[in-house]
Ligand binder design. Structure first.
Ligand code: GDP
Length: 831
C-alpha cells in the first residue's frame, strides 16, 4: 500500500497517524502508516472545552499550546517541559552509566574468573607434579628393593622360564607393587572427571570451540593443547617406560617362539612382533626364530641375553635327591641270567606259576615282561626278559634296573661261556648275584662241580665259604623255589632298597612294541615316585601322556609305585628297552626334550665310530678325575693268550689310570660282547679273533671300537702308549677284502690251492692275508698265487671266483675265510 495512490487511507478516528518506512532487500521500500489511538483524557472543564483538533499528532500534546491541558499556564508548561527534558536527559545519562557499570562489572567478573581458573590450573599442575614425583620416588624405592631382593637371591625368578611365564606382566617379584600402582591409576581416573570436565576433551579442539573463540573467550593455544596431549600420552605410556627400566636376564635357547620370547622378556607379544617387523622379519606368536635374531630383539628391548644350550631342556627333569625321611622300602628287581638251555625260562615260569595268586581260570597268562610275586609278605619283581642283551642294553641306556642277578647254572653241565659272560655283566654293573644250581633232579647232576667251577671266575659261593648265596633248584620239579625266593629276600634286605613314592615318577622301559589296536605300548618298571594315569612323560626319544595302565595280571590300574611293572598306553612313538621314563609337568616340555634327544641321537649316530676309541677313552679317563679306570674287553683265540693279555693289562697303569678287563674270553667277538662294551664304554680287543657279522654291524652302529691284534706286545704297547698319552706312529691295518674258500685242489708243483669266492672288497696279490676258521685267525702270511681262471692276476673283485695259494702254508679247508689286508703307517700327534 502506498500513500501516493491518492486513496484515502483507512484510519482510526481520533488517532495520531505516523509513517514508518520499511526497507527490504534489493532496495525495495515500503511506507506504513501507523496510527496510534489517542487515549481519551478527561479533564475538568473550567471553561469552554474545545474538542481535540483534527491535526493533532503533528506536535506533541505538551508542546502544542493548543493541546496543552486546560488550566496550565505557559510558564507552567515551559517549566514542566524543561523538567521533562531534564528528566529525559538524566534518564539517558543513568542508562549510560548503568551500561558502563555493567560492562565494568562483566569485565571484572571475567578477569576474576580467568584469574581463578589460572590459579586452579596452576594448582592442578603443581599437584600433578607432586604426584608424579611421589610416584617416581615410590618406583625408585621399589626398584631398589627389587634390586636388593635380587642381589640377595642368587637364582632370581626371571632366570627361570617357568616362573617368568607364570609371573604377571612386569612381573616384579614383589606382588604388592603392581597392585599399588594400579590403585593409584584408578584413583587418578576417578579424580579426573570432576577436575577437568571437558578437560579430557580439551585436548581435542571442537569445531564450535574453534569458531566461537573458545569457552568464554578463553581460547587455548595450539602449543598448550599439544603439551596437554603429550602429557596425556606420557601418562598413558608411564607403565611402559617403567617396565623398560627393569632389565631382565633372558634365557635364550637355540630356537624360541615369538610368544615365549615375549614372555621371557615380560614384554607384550605385539611389541615383539612389531620389533621383528622393523627388522624385516614377519613372524607370528607361535613361530620360532633363531637365537641370533632373538638376541637382537632382546637387546633392543634393553634386556640381557643368556644363551643356553639345547641340552638345558633336560633340566626340567627333576633331579631331586630324596630326603631320607621320604624314602620307603621297595621290592627288589631280579633278573635271571645264565647259559642257554640251563633253564632260565623254566625257572621264571616255575616261580610265576607257584607264586602268582592264581585266581584266573586256565592258569596264569603272561601279560607283560615282568611280574611280581609275594614272598612272605614282601613283593619281589622279576624281569621276565632273560638274556644278557636285555640286561646290557638297559645298562647302555643308563637304566640300572636290576638289583639282584640270579645266575642259573645247570648242575648236569658246567660253567659255560655265557655263564662267564653273565658273571662279568653282573660284576660290571655292580649287582649282587645269587647262584641257582638248576636241574638237580637230573641223575647226572653235580652241583659241587658247578661250585668249584665258579671259583675260577671269582664267584665264591657260601658252601665254599664265600659270600655268594647258592641254592639248588629244579625248575621242572619245583624244588628249592622257596629257598631261592628266601635267598632273594635276604639279599634284598641287605641291599636296603628304598625309594620315594611321593614324587614325579621315573622308570625304565623293559620292553616296548607297536600294538596294532592300541598303538605304541611300553612295559615300564617304575623306579622312583608314582606313575599315575594322566601323567605327562618323556621316555627316550618319545613322549606321551599315560592314557591307561595295566599291571602284570592285565588289570587296569590308576597308579604304579616304585618297583611296580606296568604296561603304559598313550605314547606317541615306540621307545626302546632300557629307555628311561621321566614324568614332566607340561606337554611342551616333554615334546621339547624328546625332540632334543632325537636330534642328539641322530648326531651321535652320525659321529659313531669315534665314540669309544681307545684314545678318547684314555683322554676322558684322564680328564675326569673320578674315572681312573679304562675298561676293556678281550677276546682271544686260545685261553692261554687271553690270560696272558689280561695279566699284561693288569700291570699297565699309573697313578692316574688303570686298565680294568671287564670280560675276557675265547672265540669270536659276538654281539653280546659289543653290548657289554657299549654299556661300559669300553673298546674290544680281538687277539687273533674277529667279530662275527652281526657283532661288526652292531659295533658300527653303536660306535664301539674293535681292535685286532696278532702280537700280544703290540696290544700291550698300544694300551700303554694310550695310557701314558704318548702315541707313536700307528700301523693301521685296512681290511680290503674277504674271500670264502669253496673247494681245495691239489696242484702239483704249487701245493694246495683254494678255489674261492671274493665275498667283500677285493683280493689283491700283493696284500697280506689271514686264514680265519670260525672267526679265529689260524694263519697270517702272504699269497703265493692269485689266479683268475688260468691267469695270474693282480686283483680280483668282489663277486668273482679265483684261485689262491698261501706262501709256506697248506692247511686250508673249505668254508675257511681268507681276510685280505694292507698295512699303512699313520703318524699320530701327541694328544
Ligand atoms: P633257557 O634257554 O635258559 O631259558 O632254558 P629253558 O628254560 O628253555 O630250558 C632248557 C631245557 O632244560 C628245557 O627243555 C627244559 O625243560 C629243561 N629244564 C629246565 N629246567 C630243568 C630242570 O630243573 N630239570 C630238568 N630235568 N630239566 C630242566
Amino acid at each position: 500500500m502506498s500513500d501516493s495512490d491518492g486513496k484515502k487511507t483507512l484510519g482510526l478516528r481520533g488517532s495520531r497517524p505516523g509513517q514508518v518506512k520499511q526497507s527490504f532487500s534489493h532496495g525495495r521500500t515500503k511506507s506504513v502508516v501507523v496510527e496510534t489511538k489517542r487515549k481519551r483524557v478527561v479533564v475538568p472543564k473550567p471553561g469552554a472545552a474545545k474538542p481535540s483538533a483534527k491535526t493533532a499528532g503533528q506536535s506533541s500534546p505538551a508542546t502544542d499550546p493548543k493541546n496543552r491541558p486546560a488550566g496550565i499556564s505557559d510558564a507552567e508548561l515551559d517549566r514542566r517541559m524543561k523538567a521533562l527534558a531534564a528528566a529525559n536527559a538524566r534518564e539517558a545519562e543513568e542508562a549510560e552509566k548503568r551500561a558502563a557499570d555493567e560492562k565494568a562489572r562483566a569485565e571484572d567478573r571475567d578477569r576474576r574468573r580467568a584469574e581463578a581458573e589460572a590459579k586452579e590450573r596452576e594448582e592442578r599442575e603443581r599437584e600433578e607434579k607432586a604426584k608424579a614425583k611421589a610416584e617416581d620416588e615410590a618406583r625408585r624405592e621399589r626398584e631398589a628393593e627389587e634390586a636388593k631382593a635380587r642381589a640377595a637371591e642368587p637364582a632370581p625368578a626371571p632366570a627361570e622360564p617357568g616362573p617368568v611365564a607364570a609371573a604377571p606382566r612386569g612381573g616384579a617379584p614383589k606382588p604388592s607393587t603392581p597392585v599399588r600402582r594400579d590403585r593409584d591409576d584408578r584413583d587418578n581416573r576417578k579424580a579426573k572427571p570432576t577436575r577437568d570436565d571437558g578437560g579430557r576433551r580439551a585436548g581435542k579442539l571442537t569445531l564450535n570451540q574453534a569458531l566461537s573463540g573458545g569457552e568464554g573467550g578463553r581460547q587455548k593455544s595450539l602449543a598448550a593443547m599439544k603439551r596437554k596431549q603429550e602429557r596425556a600420552r606420557q601418562k598413558a605410556m608411564g607403565g611402559n617406560v617403567e617396565r623398560e627400566k627393569v632389565t631382565r636376564t633372558v634365557q635364550l635357547p637355540e630356537a624360541i617362539t615369538v610368544g615365549e620370547l615375549a614372555n621371557r622378556m615380560s614384554e607384550r607379544v605385539a611389541d615383539v612382533v612389531k620389533s621383528l617387523m622393523t627388522s624385516g622379519i614377519m613372524a607370528t606368536q607361535n613361530q620360532s626364530i633363531d637365537a641370533d635374531t632373538a638376541e637382537l630383539i632382546i637387546e633392543e628391548f634393553g634386556h640381557k641375553v643368556q644363551r643356553v644350550s639345547d641340552a638345558d631342556v633336560e633340566d626340567v627333569i627333576q633331579k631331586v635327591v630324596d630326603d631320607e625321611k621320604d624314602l620307603k622300602p621297595r621290592p627288589p628287581v631280579i633278573t635271571v641270567m645264565g647259559h642257554v638251555d640251563h633253564g632260565k625260562t623254566s625257572l621264571l615260569d616255575a616261580i610265576r606259576n607257584a607264586k602268582v595268586v592264581s585266581g584266573e581260570a586256565g592258569g596264569i597268562t603272561q601279560h607283560i615282561g615282568a611280574y611280581q610275586v609275594d614272598q612272605g609278605g614282601t613283593k619281589l619283581t622279576f624281569l621276565d626278559t632273560p638274556g644278557h642283551a636285555a640286561f646290557t642294553s638297559m645298562r647302555a641306556r643308563g637304566a640300572q634296573v636290576t638289583d639282584i642277578v640270579v645266575l642259573v647254572v645247570a648242575a648236569d653241565d658246567a660253567v659255560m661261556p655265557q655263564t662267564i659272560e653273565a658273571i662279568n655283566h653282573a660284576k660290571a654293573a655292580n649287582v649282587p648275584m645269587i647262584v641257582a644250581i638248576n636241574k638237580i633232579d637230573r641223575p647226572e647232576a653235580n652241583p659241587d662241580k658247578v661250585r668249584t667251577d665258579l671259583l675260577q671266575h671269582e664267584v665264591v659261593v657260601e658252601k665254599m665259604s664265600g659270600e655268594v648265596q647258592d641254592v639248588e633248584v629244579s625248575a621242572i620239579k619245583g624244588t628249592g623255589l622257596d629257598e631261592l625266593l628266601e635267598a632273594i629276600s635276604l639279599q634284598s634286605e641287605i641291599l636296603e632298597l628304598h625309594a620315594n613314592p611321593d614324587r614325579a615318577a621315573t622308570g625304565a622301559v623293559i620292553e616296548a612294541q607297536l600294538d596294532v589296536g592300541r598303538g605304541p605300548v611300553a612295559t615300564v618298571l617304575v623306579q622312583t615316585g608314582t606313575l599315575r594315569q594322566g601323567d605327562i612323560f618323556v621316555v627316550g626319544e618319545q613322549w606321551g601322556r599315560v592314557r591307561a595302565m595295566e599291571n602284570d595280571h592285565g588289570e587296569r590300574v590308576k597308579e604304579a609305585g616304585p618297583s611296580v611293572p606296568v604296561e603304559v598306553l598313550g605314547l606317541n612313538g615306540t621307545p626302546e628297552a632300557g629307555d628311561v621314563l621321566n614324568v614332566v609337568e607340561t606337554e611342551a616340555q616333554a615334546r621339547e626334550i624328546a625332540e632334543y634327544r632325537e636330534k642328539a641321537a641322530k648326531d651321535k649316530r652320525a659321529a659313531a665310530g669315534a665314540a669309544t676309541t681307545l684314545e678318547q677313552l684314555m683322554a676322558n679317563a684322564k680328564a675326569d678325575e673320578n674315572v681312573s679306570e679304562l675298561p676293556i674287553l678281550v677276546k682271544a683265540d686260545v685261553q692261554g693268550s687271553a690270560e696272558a693279555i689280561v695279566q699284561a693289562m693288569e700291570k699297565i697303569g699309573n697313578d692316574e689310570v688303570r686298565v680294568r678287563v671287564l670280560h675276557s674270553g675265547v672265540g669270536a667277538i659276538t654281539e653280546s660282547d659289543i653290548g657289554l662294551a657299549e654299556a661300559s664304554g669300553a673298546p674290544v680287543f680281538g687277539f687273533n679273533v674277529r667279530a662275527n657279522a652281526s657283532a661288526r654291524n652292531s659295533a658300527n652302529q653303536k660306535g664301539v671300537e674293535i681292535r685286532y691284534y696278532s702280537v700280544i706286545y703290540d696290544l700291550v704297547d698300544d694300551v700303554k702308549a694310550a695310557a701314558s698319552g704318548l702315541l707313536s706312529a700307528e700301523v693301521r691295518e685296512n681290511f680290503i677284502g674277504y674271500a670264502q674258500i669253496k673247494e681245495v685242489f691239489k696242484v702239483s708243483g704249487v701245493g694246495k690251492v683254494a678255489g674261492c669266492l671274493v665275498t667283500e672288497g677285493v683280493a689283491r696279490r700283493s696284500a697280506g692275508v689271514r686264514l680265519l676258521r670260525d672267526d679265529v685267525v689260524i694263519h697270517e702270511g702272504t699269497l703265493k698265487t692269485l689266479k683268475r681262471f688260468k691267469d695270474e692276476v693282480p686283483e680280483v673283485q668282489s663277486g668273482q671266483e679265483c684261485g689262491m695259494a698261501f706262501e709256506n702254508y697248506d692247511d686250508i679247508r673249505p668254508n675257511d675265510v681268507i681276510e685280505i689286508f694292507e698295512r699303512e703307517e699313520v703318524e699320530r700327534s701327541l694328544s
